[in-house]
Design a protein around this ligand. Sequence first.
Ligand SMILES: C[S@@+](CC[C@H](N)C(=O)[O-])C[C@H]1O[C@@H](n2cnc3c(N)ncnc32)[C@H](O)[C@@H]1O
Length: 252
Amino acid sequence: MTASEARSTDFDARAATYDHLRPVGDAWWTRFDAVVRLGELRGQRILDVGCGTGAVAAALVERAAAKVWGVEASAEMLAVARGRVPSGVGLKQGRAEQLPFRDAWFDRVVYSLVIHLVNRPVALAEAARVLVDGGRVVVATFAHEHFDRYWAGRFFPSLAAVDKARFPSEEALTAELAAAGFEDIRSEQLAARENVDRETALERLRGRHISTFDLLDPDEVERGVAQAERELLETVEIRLEQLIVTARRIAR
Ligand SMILES: C[S@@+](CC[C@H](N)C(=O)[O-])C[C@H]1O[C@@H](n2cnc3c(N)ncnc32)[C@H](O)[C@@H]1O
């Protein structure tokens, strides 16, 4: 086991700052719109797995007229979600690998920035179980190129390798979906750019805005933040290579 594999991510610790450090901006909406379109989510009965602070669940109700349940492992993330989602969204604490819902209960299952955190063979089998025949799973994640270009990568030498090891490539995810009983697998990659000012970028690093920081050596994180404080210019360009993959459950 490598040192990073021995460490684990902590979303309870991130809950209070998550929405501030990872705000809903243009790239977020680009991803959301693609998830709705490719997953054909409008008006459907949807399970949002690893719903976090509830931003996707809320938008699915407000913008896509969907009926939504969220399931989330972290009690603290779920508490933030409870304070933000519209009434009518059902929220439960639970894990992707053991969904607290009965068979064939949903038309769609969504994983937004979650698929790298779950035991995929077990979780995807659970998604197939709770989906109706012909229901779809939709995964929003990052393409592997993203990690080579990520703005913070130059400050943290292990970051790209740690993320490439935990995020599935498009090919791997396609194979995992097929093995779990899905067909008609479609992918779309979305390139987005956003500018943030230096202070916003530094605030994100100091707040360990992505869970990858939990998997790095704390000395590497401290050195990287100090380097960013010395080197970041007034404007930081953030490039995102987002990947959406959707697939249909094979009939029982
Ligand atoms: C990066 S956040 C994404 C949150 C939300 N889906 C979004 O797009 O903003 C990942 C979330 O997945 C949750 N999570 C991680 N592993 C999980 C699991 N096995 N089952 C359910 N939730 C999980 C974390 O607690 C965290 O809230």
